[in-house]
Design a protein around this ligand. Structure first.
Ligand SMILES: NC(=O)c1ccc[n+]([C@@H]2O[C@H](COP(=O)([O-])OP(=O)(O)OC[C@H]3O[C@@H](n4cnc5c(N)ncnc54)[C@H](OP(=O)(O)O)[C@@H]3O)[C@@H](O)[C@H]2O)c1
Length: 197
């Protein structure tokens, strides 16, 4: 690559069928010790894979990059990472190419309140959750839009409301600030978000 060192090197996928991610990690540890890599991390690792690295190797991954968005929230995985000092990084944070997440009516409604676009609200959701977020855009205007998320915060009630976008198991109703229960409504017929890996 013509570089003196790499800032961050990740194992892309644990490939459990081959079961060689532990030996790959030991090679990463060596590259870091030699100064060729500043930080080493993983991607698409479940807690069970991380448990093995923690038990059988010396360096705790700096980062675990996983698919995350308001539609795919992976609370248990985020909690595991946090407990072990591993930074969780959200990939496909807007739902990925062709996803319908950004068309959710709730995002348009909240967008009017905050004067922000659906993408900005979703990216702010990641920030509120303490996640590192890596949206992709080939469009310079959207790149600028995606950076313009540090002048507002989502309040607790709105963060709670965004839980209706979670495609995982969720109650049919959500509790509002007033203590009443509200149906999970507001989605057009056939609304689907990106499939999780
Ligand atoms: N570790 C892994 O296994 C893994 C897997 C998948 C992805 N990733 C990484 O995750 C990053 C992003 O993921 P991704 O590309 O899958 O998904 P993403 O960032 O959630 O979504 C990208 C899509 O959103 C559009 N978009 C971007 N900004 C927008 C905005 N402000 N308003 C409306 N649409 C917007 C983009 O279109 P335009 O380009 O036209 O703006 C593109 O179609 C990449 O760096 C990728 O390499 C990692």
């Amino acid at each position: 690559m013509g570089l003196d060192y790499v800032d961050l090197l990740l194992i892309h996928w644990p490939l459990p069928a081959r079961d060689d991610f532990v030996s790959t990690w030991k090679t990463f540890e060596r590259l870091q010790a030699e100064g060729k890599v500043r930080s080493i991390g993983v991607s698409n690792f479940k807690p069970a894979h991380l448990e093995r690295l923690l038990a059988e190797t010396d360096v705790v991954p700096a980062v675990n990059q996983i698919q995350l968005s308001p539609a795919i929230t992976r609370e248990a995985e985020r909690e595991f990472d946090a407990r072990h000092g591993i930074v969780t990084e959200s990939y496909s944070p807007l739902g990925g190419s062709g996803a319908s997440l950004l068309t959710a009516p709730l995002l348009s409604q909240l967008g009017e309140k905050y004067d922000k676009t659906p993408a900005q609200l979703v990216l702010r959701w990641h920030i509120e959750k303490g996640l590192v977020v890596i949206p992709k855009s080939g469009n310079p205007e959207r790149m600028q839009e995606n950076l313009d998320i540090f002048d507002f915060s989502l309040d607790r009630q709105d963060l709670a409301e965004l839980a209706i976008l979670d495609e995982g198991p969720a109650p049919a109703t959500i509790r509002t600030q007033q203590g009443t229960e509200r149906a999970r409504t507001g989605f057009p017929r056939g609304f689907r978000v990106a499939k999780r890996k």
